[in-house]
Write a protein that binds this ligand. Sequence first.
Ligand SMILES: NC(=O)c1ccc[n+]([C@@H]2O[C@H](COP(=O)([O-])OP(=O)(O)OC[C@H]3O[C@@H](n4cnc5c(N)ncnc54)[C@H](O)[C@@H]3O)[C@@H](O)[C@H]2O)c1
Length: 317
Amino acid sequence: MYTLVTGGAGFIGSNLVRLLLEKGHQVTVLDNLLSGYRENLMPFPVVHFIEGDIRDEAAVSRAIDGAEVVFHLAASVGNTRSIEHPFEDAEINMLGTLRILEAARHNGVRKVVNTSSAGIFGELKYLPIKEDHPVEPDSPYGASKLGAEKLALAYGKLYDLEVVCLRYFNVYGVNQRYDAYGNAIPIFAHRILHNMPVIIFGDGEQTRDFVNVKDVALANLNAAAPGVSGAFNVASGTTITINALVRMMIEASGLQPAIEYGPPRPGDVRHSKADISAAHAAFGYQPTVDLPEGLQEYMDWMKMGVGGWGVGGGESD
Ligand SMILES: NC(=O)c1ccc[n+]([C@@H]2O[C@H](COP(=O)([O-])OP(=O)(O)OC[C@H]3O[C@@H](n4cnc5c(N)ncnc54)[C@H](O)[C@@H]3O)[C@@H](O)[C@H]2O)c1
């Protein structure tokens, strides 16, 4: 099948590109490299890469030409970025998504797989979270991802266009670099591999649902099947405390950095865990990578120095 992956040069997008190519699909990527890396696509010379913005009508129309399925991952990502750049966040996540939806309906696209986020839920009222949990985002990012999800679902009702929205929880894995808006796992990995003390905010007993990027890529592919529509959680369906996560990462590194504790971060949820039974029922979603295995692979990848800062002599594959 012919596919367009927006945001395909990013962390999750590039893992999806790899899977699509392995399965024999044709891939065009549209990415403006705001937070993505051209290097992520270097192993895939067959990909048709278009450096462009999802808000740009001409670029979108060129990229979507001939696509049967659009995997829409391009976004301004993260709460911190959205608080610092609220207009850019809303323009990319809402208007950019609208541009993709408009182009999809005018170009005979069969399906849009839209990327949503657990950030739409805001403070959690019960665990594990089902899809019908109240949505009360507490950042511009959560709000713009919710708006984009609602737009996408409305287009699915209005037009001859199938739409599915995947609400990722905490995704980790290869190609997740350490940068200014890094999530916990890349920051911990950076400090562990530099033998710097690992700083945990709060008592470390808060829990998170970490899902490996390979499972997220698989969820995208399976959700693209005809007949799957609506909004679904994509997570591991399990939790781990931050203390246990850090111990697991340290073990995978073979190093012995110190662990220090800082004040809790305002706004951080205490516990998070998804109910993934709806995705399982709708498109057979079943996580395949367990955390120790996924973290070992991630730490090995970071050690090679491709995570952005040359630990271990800067080798790369
Ligand atoms: N990483 C997570 O834990 C997580 C959790 C929930 C949801 N998500 C969602 O998953 C998707 C991918 O995120 P990621 O973690 O891979 O982050 P990422 O920053 O690596 O990927 C986003 C990609 O979108 C591109 N992009 C940004 N603005 C663009 C624009 N205007 N035009 C074209 N391309 C643009 C970036 O250059 C980048 O390649 C996003 O939609 C994000 O909201 C991620």
